[in-house]
Design a protein around this ligand. Structure first.
Ligand code: 15L
Length: 279
């Protein structure tokens, strides 16, 4: 991988991983809709992902893309449509046209946020999105699968938990992803010879993980961090939060309770998901 493009480079996750990626890929190119504060000496290509011509220019001469660009939380339909649906399509399609070999798609735990916290879900778990944002991530995964099978792009979708060095509440004890572990997953997606289309959970080696990350481990993922080492911090932060009757049940947390209007007890009475996964 000579030339790797990082979209969404100016965002929180992009900013954290730029120096780590640059150390592994000296030809790292950064892209975002606005100039980034610190390029770490990388070439910068400004592009709004909803603008196909701009994306085509950004991917020129690129071997691998780490696609973080887009709207990174719940948003209006218009925001999600432009940044995450159209933006994601533009990125995959421009990549195909330019002969890019690998794409890492930043999916999210919110693509499957409505699994309960007492379930352990594998990479094969069907999407169960917890909002428009989660739906857009499930769309990106489906798009990635199609480009892999139909056009031979090697695609890895990372269902990312919460990127940071600390679990910022009890939920994040299960889903924290240390930036160094994220870069390890990205490197597997960019470099492992056997990648066709894979879904990996973007989490560190957390004791309380809700995800069975066997597929990532089979590709050589050896997370260095475990959020459990900072349990006291997470519990202290949790005490500052109000109870959330819906969000505390599901893996997606507050994304699930946002705009919630269903009868949770009636729904949960009818579901048999746990039994299905344990077979
Ligand atoms: C995400 O997908 C978001 O991008 C991030 O901001 C966090 O909210 C994270 O999920 C999370 O679930 O903690």
């Amino acid at each position: 991988m000579k030339s790797v493009l990082l979209t969404g480079a100016g965002g929180d996750v992009g900013t954290r991983i730029t120096p780590l990626l640059k150390a592994n890929y000296p030809g790292l190119v950064l892209s975002d809709m606005k100039p980034v504060a610190d390029t770490h000496g990388c070439e910068f290509r400004q592009a709004d992902v909803s603008d196909m011509a701009a994306v085509q220019a950004a991917v020129k001469g690129i071997d691998g893309i780490v696609h973080l660009g887009g709207y990174s939380t719940e948003g209006t339909w218009e925001q999600i449509l432009n940044a995450n649906i159209i933006g994601c399509y533009n990125t995959f399609e421009a990549a195909r046209q330019a002969g890019v070999k690998r794409i890492i798609f930043a999916s999210s735990n919110h693509a499957a946020g409505f699994y309960r916290r007492d379930e352990t879900i594998p990479a094969e778990a069907a999407p169960l999105p917890d909002g428009r944002y989660g739906v857009s991530k499930a769309f990106g995964e489906a798009l990635g699968a199609m480009y892999a099978m139909k056009h031979g792009l090697g695609v890895t979708a990372l269902r990312i938990g919460n990127v940071g060095e600390k679990p910022i509440d009890v939920r994040r004890l299960s889903i924290m992803l240390h930036p160094e572990d994220l870069v390890q997953l990205i490197r597997i997606g960019l470099e492992h010879p056997d990648i066709v289309y894979e879904v990996f959970y973007g989490i560190s080696g957390n004791t309380r993980a809700w995800y069975d990350n066997t597929r990532a481990m089979n590709f050589g993922y050896k997370p260095k961090y475990d959020a459990e080492t900072q349990v006291a911090y997470a519990e202290a932060e949790q005490k500052k939060l109000k109870p959330d009757p819906v969000g505390d049940v599901y893996q997606g947390g507050a994304f699930c309770s946002m705009e919630y209007s269903a009868d949770m007890d009636a729904i949960e009475d009818k579901l048999t998901r746990t039994a299905d996964f344990s077979e």
